[in-house]
Write a protein that binds this ligand. Structure first.
Ligand code: 5AD
Ligand code: FES
Length: 350
């Protein structure tokens, strides 16, 4: 029934908490009408905290070399068709310099779990970026390390860390990852990051293989209780050279509905409208913002490596210059009444 689901949306707004069973009902109660109700509520809540401003983060894909073998991911170790690269410190700094001139005040260093990016190397790079661009935030998205290593990165000046939990259901986690990876370690990392003081981001793929309304309910419950400063969600998109090559992709509609729910639950959260969302629908990023997201993370990687960081098929913006994407996003946001701002875009505490 419509009205039951709408009541649940009202209930998250007022109590910021639902039971697992209620989250499941909320997911199963999806319809276009319910989603529009959720989006209107999410927009109103987002506008109250962040106005019509959209934060941008310059994403620098520093390496596609990865020791892991996640079944969904195009840069998994077993993919022999992946043309591997690793940026030098100088190349990373050059990307930041270009980004700075384009108005970026956050740089996100993302990569596979490349053993060459030891904690020592990561710290050196972070320190150099913070010295050259003291008014910028540095976000790391480099996978799993020990608590000691994360602490060193924080002490080197890193402000934020993104590590998607991928799924909050242990069995589901096991179906998406090789045996060597563990759900417990993933969670350990996230709690360590938060404890250290990072603005911490978790997240998951919408429509990943074996996902159910039950596993999604657990994702929402985890996001409710973990209360991350950021949350990255985007549709799963199959990659031709992975075991999931013939699995169905997630939809823009369900992704936007979940974005709205997360916004309603955590009014201040930093919520990106992802590149994957822009890949499943040409207007996906606009839809994400209209559903309550407030962050965009365009690519700042050097042109010659962009096609090599293919987590999934048909990724957008791999043929574009950073400056082009920056202009494009300005225009896209303007077209829906939002404005990209030059700002670190920190989490606003309540
Ligand atoms: N489709 C969509 N998202 C993906 N990611 C990895 N592979 C895919 C895919 N095939 C996401 C994961 C990871 C983030 C960097 O990209 O959630 O955490
Ligand atoms: Fe890259 Fe539009 S954002 S071309």
């Amino acid at each position: 029934m419509y009205s039951d689901t709408l009541n649940l949306l009202d209930k998250i707004e007022s109590s910021r908490s639902l039971s697992l069973e209620e989250y499941k009902e909320l997911i199963e109660g999806y319809s276009a009408h319910v989603a529009e109700y959720a989006a209107e509520k999410a927009r109103r809540i987002r506008n109250k905290v962040y106005g019509n401003k959209v934060f941008i983060r310059g994403l620098i894909e520093i390496s596609n070399i990865c020791r892991n073998d996640c079944l969904y991911c195009g840069i998994r170790r077993s993919n022999a068709n992946c043309d591997r690269y690793r940026l030098t410190k100088q190349q990373i700094i050059d990307c930041c310099r270009e980004g700075y001139s384009l108005g970026f005040r956050t740089f996100v260093l993302q990569g596979g779990e490349d053993p060459c990016f030891s904690v020592k190397t990561v710290c050196e790079i972070v320190k150099e970026i913070k010295t050259l661009f003291p008014d910028c935030a540095v976000t790391l998205s480099l996978g799993e390390y020990s608590k000691e290593d994360y602490s060193a990165m924080y002490d080197a000046g890193a402000d934020r860390y993104l590590l998607r939990h991928e799924t909050a259901d242990k069995d589901h986690y096991g179906k998406l990852h090789p045996e060597k990876m563990s759900f417990e370690n993933r969670m350990r990392c996230l709690y360590d990051l938060k404890d250290i003081g990072f603005q911490t981001g978790c997240g998951f793929m919408v429509g990943s293989p074996y996902q159910t309304s039950q596993t999604l309910a657990k994702d929402l419950k985890f996001i409710e209780t973990f209360a991350p400063e950021m949350c990255g969600i985007g549709p799963f998109i199959s990659h031709k050279d992975t075991p999931f090559h013939d699995k169905q992709s997630g939809t823009a509609e369900m992704t936007c509905y979940l974005l709205s729910i997360i916004r309603i639950m955590h009014p201040n959260i930093l919520l990106p409208s992802t590149t994957a969302l822009g890949t499943v629908d040409p207007l996906g990023r606009e839809l994400g913002i209209k559903a309550g997201a407030n962050v965009l993370m365009p690519n700042l990687s050097p042109g010659n490596v962009r096609k090599k960081y293919m987590l999934y098929d048909n990724k957008i913006c791999t043929g574009d210059e950073s400056a082009q994407c920056r202009k494009c996003l300005d225009a896209r946001m303007k077209s829906i009444g939002y404005e990209v701002v030059v700002d670190r875009g920190d989490f606003k505490k309540q």
